[in-house]
Design a protein around this ligand. Structure first.
Ligand code: ADP
Ligand code: MG
Length: 732
């Protein structure tokens, strides 16, 4: 949907600690005319939507969100208010330390400044103080006076909550935790349980603070990625380095990177030779040698000697910034389980309210039981009704998993991908560049006329028009030779390349091309078969009427390919290699790695082969992200493998940044662990509710246990999700 008046807008929304908060924000802004495509990401605190500003203004959106008690600022502006400029809104009726509007605005600083400086923190201190005073009065004066002290403590503490509940009800969301809380607190006052009501209000405030701290921890996981890039850079002005902010570096500037420094920007080495630890960016722990012309990533660490680097990307689109953005965006691609839970909680809340009503009313009416007992139990049920723990169970686990993945060079674009990956039963690999190094070397030259350098020169001339790894290998081998110019060059995807060289039309390509042209005599065919059985890829070089010769190349399997395929098998996952190479070469390489294979496939054949394999099972496809794009798109999960290349990052459902096959089982392990974590979380959330549901109805537990059960479960679920931050995909 793109009309000229519509714009995509983005805000940072703070104060969303509870899973249902995201749904609240979405619900509040979705109602506006002209607002569509609303995305709310809980962990990254982002709100994004398309807005037709002729119908609804930005400020209307902002005040709606603020009205619910969240902080909001257009992307790029700080959400925190400057110190000293703390303004109470005109309609502030809240007798506590501050208005709820400001609550969220300051929660952005939870991680940095400590919980007690947030408004939720002050609410906790305020309600705690009131409770203590009331208890003091009970001890000293007792009786009636104490009762009223508790009533006042409850009312003061519950007022901001009730106000939020009211605003949300006006925004079309009557069933919120705030509403349940307010009814329960006020209801308890009516049945004379003032002391307990005050405790409930205090525990609610405590829960909010704990949830905020836990959610802040999960967010830090993602943000810490971005903080890997140094703040300053030493830019060369003439021959002198000068220190400037890394964010201000411009493309083309040259920076000095001393040994031990972090590289401040993506760029190309123009002087020096060193080894660079790229583990912060790609997760690869073996330092990579860097020489003139090599690419370096912002955030990696220069290990040995000084380097001069020419900046190739501005700060906002360097590799690490794009990884962070990817992980953030991934978060709003919700997993199917998450969607299900959201739908579930939509009817769950009203159902709980109905059940609470029945519990409060039926036994006294039907069985003549005592009213106050059953109203009390009904109120406790209301508190059990908050689905916070349940709703946060999925996004918390997914956010942890995504940031753990990113730290190990495994990028996944969202919960849906994690969920699909966890169910994978077959992994399909592309051969060249994925299972093999992708750097073939010319091993044999067989010229029909015995002039091998002539064969190589013609082949290299043709291959100048191709970017295929085989082409690069042939050109590399011809270095130093005098290459004739070529005209009208073209490629036959997955088959070869051709061009006019010195008045001859020369083709370099798969043997089947020469065979189809009738240019492959039996003795050459036998020689060719021998080379292929040795695991070499053979290309034929021919003109329109005669064969010039054969060039054999060998691309070594990656060192960890065999082991990775074996560990997939151990996990019960089958693997298959698809290749455009011929059957004999494929068989030789396949045997070396221990993998099933299908050979001789043109790019479109790979798609049909994949579709045939996908019958009845979940398939993950790993390719190099460039010529395998169609096959990657067809697979349930398509992953690009390649060290931080542009294409690899943006195509497919995810990317493996390190050139390691072992990252495939690693990623599957992480996905499975994540789904396990989610199942634990759902079980924990629902289980605790179930237990306290029963104990409440039986009258074993009361109001404050009910509220503890909810906030406690939320905190447990978040803590459990945080365990994933320490998951190591490579070990098991
Ligand atoms: P893979 O499936 O292993 O990635 P491709 O589909 O890219 O392989 O290529 C399949 C075959 O086509 C190669 O083994 C080679 O015989 C031939 N071929 C493709 N491109 C070229 C080229 N530029 N020069 C020579 N041969 C080529
Ligand atoms: Mg390929």
């Amino acid at each position: 949907m793109t009309t000229t008046t519509e714009e995509t807008l983005e805000w940072r929304v703070t104060g969303m600690d509870c899973g249902s908060c995201a749904a609240k924000v979405r619900g509040a802004v979705e109602r506006f005319p002209g607002a569509s495509g609303v995305e709310v990401a809980l962990m990254t605190e982002r709100l994004r939507l398309h807005l037709d500003e002729t119908q609804t203004s930005r400020t209307e959106i902002e005040s709606a969100v603020r009205g619910l008690g969240f902080g909001i600022a257009a992307k790029g502006q700080p959400t925190e208010r400057p110190k000293g400029a703390f303004v109470l809104p005109d309609d502030a009726i809240i007798p506590l330390a501050s208005a709820p509007e400001d609550a969220a605005a300051e929660d952005a600083t939870v991680e940095e400044s400590g919980w007690h400086q947030t408004t939720k923190g002050r609410m906790l201190i305020g309600t705690g103080g009131l409770l203590a005073v009331a208890w003091g009065i009970e001890l000293l004066a007792g009786g009636g006076l104490a009762h009223w002290a508790f009533v006042i403590a409850t009312l003061l503490g519950a007022a901001p909550i009730a106000r939020r509940a009211f605003k949300m009800a006006l925004a079309g969301m009557p069933f919120t935790i705030e509403m349940l809380m307010s009814i329960a607190a006020v209801g308890a006052l009516f049945i004379g349980a003032a002391g307990e009501a005050a405790v409930v209000v205090f525990l609610f405030a405590l829960g909010e603070v704990l949830e905020g701290v836990a959610a802040g921890k999960a967010r830090q996981g993602i943000r810490s990625l971005a903080s890997l890039v140094p703040k300053t850079a030493r830019v060369m002005v003439g021959s002198q380095p000068r220190e400037i902010a890394a964010a201000h570096l411009q493309v083309g500037q040259v920076v000095q990177v001393r040994p031990g420094d972090r590289v401040p920007a993506d760029g190309t080495v123009i002087a020096g030779r060193s080894s660079v630890d790229e583990s912060p960016v790609t997760g690869e722990s073996v330092p990579a040698p860097k020489d003139i012309g090599a690419e370096v990533f912002a955030g990696s660490i220069n290990a040995e000697a000084e380097l001069r680097v020419r900046v190739s990307r501005a700060a906002e689109d360097n590799t690490i910034a794009r990884i962070v953005r990817l992980v953030e965006e991934a978060e709003s691609a919700r997993a199917p389980t998450e969607r299900f839970i959201e739908r579930f909680s939509r009817w769950y809340m009203p159902a709980v309210v109905g059940a609470a009503l029945l519990v409060a009313v039926l036994p006294p009416l039907v069985g003549g039981a005592e009213w106050s007992t059953w109203i009390y139990r009904g109120l406790a049920l209301l508190l059990i009704g908050c689905p916070c723990a349940l709703v946060i169970s999925v996004p918390a686990s997914i956010a942890s998993a995504l940031s753990t993945g990113a730290r190990h060079g495994l990028l996944l674009k969202g919960g849906a991908v994690v969920e699909a990956a966890a169910q994978t039963s077959l992994v399909v690999f592309d051969k060249t560049g994925t299972l093999t190094e992708g750097r073939p070397q010319v091993t044999d030259l067989c010229a029909v006329s015995d002039d091998e350098s002539e064969l190589l020169r013609l082949a290299a001339a043709v291959e100048h028009g191709s970017s295929h790894p085989l082409a690069r290998a042939i050109i590399a081998r011809a270095e130093g030779l005098d290459i004739p110019p070529a005209q009208d060059a073209g490629v036959l995807a997955g088959q070869g390349a051709f061009a006019m060289v010195g008045g001859l039309r020369v083709t370099v390509g798969a043997p089947r091309l020469a065979e189809a042209a009738g240019l492959l005599p039996p003795n050459v065919a036998r020689q060719l078969a021998g080379l292929e059985e040795a695991g070499k890829t053979v290309v034929t070089v021919f003109t329109t009427d005669r064969l010039l010769g054969l060039i054999a190349l060998r691309d070594e399997p990656r060192a960890d390919a065999a082991k990775a395929v074996a560990s997939l098998a151990e996990m019960g996952i089958a693997s298959t290699m698809l290749t455009g190479d011929n059957a004999r070469t494929a068989a030789a390489i396949g045997a070396q790695i221990g993998i099933a294979h299908q050979a001789g496939l043109l790019p479109q054949d790979k798609v049909t082969a994949l579709q045939a394999l996908a019958k009845g099972r979940r398939v993950m496809m790993i390719g190099d992200g460039i010529n395998d794009a169609p096959a990657l798109a067809v697979a349930d999960v398509g992953l690009a493998m390649g060290s931080g290349t542009d294409v690899a990052l943006e195509t497919a459902d995810g990317a493996l940044l390190r050139d390691r096959v072992a990252d495939v089982p690693g990623l599957l392990r992480l996905s499975r662990a994540t789904m396990r974590n989610i199942r634990q979380n759902v079980a924990l959330a629902l289980g605790l509710k179930g237990v306290f549901l029963v104990t409440t109805i039986l009258g074993v537990t009361g109001l404050w246990v009910a509220i503890l059960a909810d906030t406690g479960a939320t905190v447990l679920v978040t803590l459990n999700a945080l365990r994933l931050l320490g998951f190591r995909p490579s070990s098991h």
